[in-house]
Design a protein around this ligand. Structure first.
Ligand code: 5RP
Length: 219
């Protein structure tokens, strides 16, 4: 099976976690695009979606799925999103698609985070995928220096302005052995908008696409 077929498989499987009559939180990325396409079949059985990016909003609306303003929705049963890496405890690196801030906001509204990913995303230790950090533009050089002091190779993602008008620094070479502590530390730095470590908002479930089918990991 190709990677695209695995993404389609988990996108379809995620429908089983959508609570009929409720609002669903929707992430961003190529795997989530498969989920959005599958969700179109049950659009009349949900109250709508809260979206984590302009791209996902456009795709949801293209299918006639109602997109709600996050401020009008109190809590949602499930948030469905992909990941760049996920470990065996449900901690993730996210932000490859630069949507990490809105993803974390919507994930924080949700009772459960359902991660959908192909098997290449499962890792023992987070950090092989460069960690995205969204920053206020005037703090970029200062934050990059702090990240280098931790041993990372920090590079500004050229030409990218997020949906929030901010920049992304990608940090390679970090071995993130304690994701919650690293997330907490970086969150304190002035100018950091969002760190792409999702430990406080880690996954409850991962639907992992494998050639043998969908493997369900419960955390
Ligand atoms: C976007 C994300 C995505 O979930 C992550 O990059 C995975 O994307 P894909 O499903 O395309 O591999 O965090 O900001």
């Amino acid at each position: 099976m190709t990677q695209d077929e695995l993404k389609a498989l988990v996108g379809q499987a995620a429908l089983a976690y959508v609570v009929p009559g409720s609002v669903v939180g929707v992430g961003t990325g190529s795997t989530v695009n498969c989920f959005i396409d599958a969700l179109a079949a049950m659009k009349d059985r949900i109250a709508g979606a809260v979206s984590s990016s302009e791209k996902s909003t456009e795709r949801l609306r293209g299918h006639g799925i109602r997109v709600l303003d996050a401020n009008t929705v109190d809590g949602i049963p499930v948030y469905i999103d992909g990941a760049d890496e996920i470990d065996h405890a449900g901690n993730m690196i996210k932000g490859g698609g630069a949507a990490l801030t809105r993803e974390k906001i919507v994930a924080d509204k949700a009772e459960r985070f359902i991660c959908i990913a192909d098997q290449s995303k499962l890792v023992d230790t987070l950090g092989k995928f460069p960690l995205p950090v969204e920053v206020i533009p005037m703090a970029a050089a200062q934050i990059a220096r702090k990240l280098r002091a931790l041993g990372g190779q920090a590079v500004l993602r050229h030409g990218v302005v997020t949906d929030n008008g901010c920049h992304i620094i990608d940090v390679a070479g970090l071995q993130i052995v304690d994701p919650a502590a690293t997330e907490c530390e970086m969150n304190q730095w002035p100018g950091v908008v969002t760190v792409g470590i999702f430990a406080r908002n880690r996954a409850s479930v991962c639907l992992l696409g494998t050639p043998e089918g969908v493997k369900t990991l419960n955390f």
